[in-house]
Write a protein that binds this ligand. Structure first.
Ligand SMILES: Nc1ncnc2c1ncn2[C@@H]1O[C@H](COP(=O)(O)OP(=O)(O)OP(=O)(O)O)[C@@H](O)[C@H]1O
Ligand SMILES: [Mg+2]
Length: 449
């Protein structure tokens, strides 16, 4: 015996809050319908593959599976079901404090969404009903920036009392995204427009000037010692390679290495921009996508070229971006360029890959040491060089293009091994792992003629 569930989706993508549509979840299906008023706004919809101007008021219906209880853009708002997920744990313990102990699985997901499905990454805000939505938007975020207090120790309790406020208010600042709180706890905050100066505030809700939305990524030194400076170095390399990379600051909060990264899913005025991960986009269109590493890099290229609903404005530029990102991920020892680490962002009405995020050289840690999470050019059946050439051809480029990008990537990573050696927190054995891997890869790339 089950009861259908219902909820609503709102968005501030058009400067002020507006209801986008209604969600119903039955035992077997997830259903979503745009409201007529939303269609009149001409604004982007739930996801790229569900454009309001085509879908209109026809209900989008998807069978629930073990991988997706909800339409993928909504599923993306739920923190992953891993037991150690910080954000999940935080919300569940807050619920428990209020006497709500949902069954594990979708019951818990739904309760979490009701509390934390709004105010996070991207442009979708999920609420239990319209009343909750209106109430939430009408409570302006407190934008006072404060220095981080002395006793801030990053425990759950500290987080709950952090802004000297009730935990519900606090939950608003801990972002509900698929991966926020993935391996590393993160906090959504605002910082001064002029950059990090040690003070933080709540993230902006709706249009405010003077502050900038940012993410704090904290190091979990036990599992990934040195990861923050490593991510910092990888972001620098991507910028040097010509990619757009958000402003960022490396700092320490109570001795914990922390990366402060400006958010690119908000405009200067604080309004959300349309953003969707490739995972969500592909899962909407293809039921065989069940994990963030389903498919292949070749399939991403194919989708860029052939999707009946355009994923990007400039297809060639997007495919070059993909090829170069993959090559740089090899040369930096990343290995983890999966579908959730690639997103499409709409700026000034133009769809393109978002700025770079999460390019961390995970191969420095032996449990993550693999060349690539997804296949490319039948690598494995054919050797590295041949696979790269095939992948390049599948993207519709000549080998000459591959050689040109390899040249750029080798140039930008020229002194990478020395820069790894110069890191202060990464343990010696991780440095050795990573430099070894990188030297081998550089040699392999160099041999491609
Ligand atoms: N600067 C940014 N602006 C806007 N959105 C961002 C930014 N950085 C990350 N995101 C979004 O937040 C999500 C989580 O960030 P990120 O990938 O850096 O962390 P993570 O996946 O939890 O880290 P890890 O892979 O180590 O577990 C991303 O999938 C992306 O959608
Ligand atoms: Mg990630």
């Amino acid at each position: 015996m089950t009861t259908d569930r219902e909820a609503v989706v709102w968005t501030c993508i058009g400067m002020r809050p507006v209801k986008m549509g209604r969600v119903y979840v039955t035992e077997r299906e997830c259903r979503f319908t745009y409201t007529e008023d939303y269609l009149l706004t001409g604004l982007p919809g739930l996801g790229l593959i569900y454009p309001p101007e085509i879908v209109q008021t026809t209900t989008i219906v998807r069978q629930r599976t073990e991988f997706f209880d909800l339409l993928p853009p909504l599923q993306s708002l739920i923190p992953p079901r891993r037991e150690k997920n910080f954000q999940r744990q935080l919300i569940l313990s807050d619920l428990a404090r209020r006497g709500i102990v949902p069954a594990a699985g979708f019951d818990a997901d739904w309760e979490i969404l009701k509390i934390a499905g709004h105010g996070g990454m991207g442009h979708l805000d999920f609420f239990e009903n319209d009343r909750e939505a209106i109430e939430w938007y009408s409570r302006p975020a407190e934008l006072h920036l404060r220095p981080i207090p002395e006793g801030f120790g990053l425990s759950l309790k500290d987080f709950l009392t952090w802004f000297d406020t009730d935990s519900e208010a606090l939950l608003r600042i801990i972002g509900p995204t698929p991966t926020i709180g993935g391996a590393i706890p993160k906090l959504l905050v605002s910082i001064p427009d002029t950059g990090w100066d040690g003070r933080i505030g709540f993230p902006r809700k709706i249009g405010t000037q003077g502050v900038t939305d940012a993410i704090l990524k904290f190091e979990q030194t036990g599992t990934y010692p040195g990861i923050i400076e490593l991510e910092g170095l990888a972001l620098d390399l991507h910028e040097e390679a010509g990619f757009e990379v958000p402003r960022r600051w490396q700092t320490e909060i109570k001795g914990i290495p922390t990366l402060v990264i400006e958010r690119f899913d908000r405009n200067a005025g604080g309004n959300p921009l349309f953003m969707e991960t490739l995972y969500s986009i592909f899962a909407c269109g293809d039921l065989s996508i069940t994990h963030h590493y389903s498919g292949s890099y070749d399939a991403i290229g194919r989708a860029i070229d052939r999707s009946p609903i355009p994923l990007v404005l400039d297809r060639r530029a997007a495919k070059i971006h993909l090829l170069k990102r993959l090559l740089l991920s090899f040369a930096t020892g990343n290995g983890d360029l999966h579908l959730e680490n690639l997103s499409i962002l709409s700026r000034d009405g133009t769809l393109a890959f978002s700025p770079v995020y999460d390019p961390t050289p995970m191969r420095a840690y032996s449990i993550h040491d693999m060349l690539a999470v997804m296949p490319f050019g039948n690598y494995g059946e054919v050797h590295f060089e041949e696979a790269l050439v095939r992948f390049t051809r599948n993207l519709g480029f000549r080998k000459k293009e591959l050689l040109r990008i390899i040249e750029e990537v080798l140039d930008v990573t020229r002194d990478y091994p020395e820069r790894i050696e110069a890191l202060k927190q990464l343990p010696g054995k991780n440095k050795k792992n990573l430099t070894g891997i990188v030297e081998t890869l550089r040699n392999d790339l160099q041999e491609i003629r």
